[in-house]
Design a protein around this ligand. Structure first.
Ligand code: 6PG
Length: 254
């Protein structure tokens, strides 16, 4: 696990945007395409805006990027609570991604369970496999962190934490807002990734960051602890405010 601590929120945004550019370049050079699952929440939005501007916008071969979502709220994309809608509004609308390279969780597809199953099928056909096989390896999955230790829509104490086979499941709301049904990647899918990148900012996250990175609480209390890709890497990108309770020996400061 790598823990990278940026001195300011702006420095974190720049570091995250640069990390995404680097992953895209490496994946396209190695395999001809870049599969990335974006996270919702406020934490990645600054980096998303930077990706939509020069020089980073010009550094990515968008024709070969394929964009997914690691979780979604069951609302229309036009709703301000929509994760994909937020990514569109800050980022995706401003880069030359072919429409067929955009693969959001289609929230008008029935019940949350039906939406989850349909998204697993979307993933299976993109990766050329089937949903009863081992989960596919995304080049990069982005995740935020809730104050309660949740990531994607894997909330403390919920049965979704025990899912061993399905790649995508529905979830009832957690205790944090907004109180809407969710669809989320599961641990098996997250842990099949080539790389997972957490982005965490602000002093409200300092306690949970310290718990997760220095105290190793149980997954049922802090689901983010369960993100440990079996073949891939996990990197925590944190600003100084969120890292303020970490010991000086934890992580790399720059
Ligand atoms: C969601 C998310 C969720 C988010 C965290 C952090 O749909 O709510 O994807 O996992 O990343 O709650 O959110 P903030 O970045 O807004 O703190």
């Amino acid at each position: 696990m790598d823990i990278l601590i940026s001195p300011t929120p702006d420095a974190l945004n720049a570091a995250l945007a640069d990390a995404i550019v680097a992953r895209a370049k490496d994946a396209i050079a190695a395999r001809g395409r870049f599969s990335v699952a974006l996270t919702g929440g406020s934490s990645p939005q600054g980096a998303y805006k930077l990706l939509a501007q020069s020089p980073r916008k010009d550094a990515i071969d968008w024709q070969h990027c394929f964009v997914f979502m690691s979780d979604e709220r069951c609302v229309p994309f036009s709703d301000p609570r929509s994760n994909y809608g937020e990514a569109q509004r800050h980022f995706l609308n401003y880069v030359p991604l072919p429409p067929t390279n955009l693969l959001p969780i289609e929230t008008d597809g029935g019940t949350p369970e039906q939406i989850a199953d349909a998204y697993a099928q979307t993933l299976a056909s993109f990766f050329g496999t089937d949903v009863s096989s081992a989960p596919p390896a995304f080049d990069l999955i982005l995740l935020g962190l809730g104050d309660d230790g949740h990531c994607a829509s894997l909330f403390p104490g919920k049965p979704t934490l025990n899912e061993m086979h399905k790649w995508v499941v529905s979830s009832t709301p957690g205790t944090l807002p907004p109180p809407v049904d969710r669809v989320t990647f599961t641990f098996p899918l997250l842990n099949a990734a080539r790389a997972v990148l957490f982005v965490v900012n602000g002093d409200k996250k300092a306690v949970v960051v310290q718990d997760i990175l220095e105290k190793a609480p149980p997954v049922v209390q802090n689901p983010a602890v369960g993100v440990q890709p079996s073949q891939g890497t996990v990197t925590w990108m944190i600003d100084q405010a969120a890292a303020s309770l970490l010991s000086p020996d934890t992580g790399t400061r720059r």
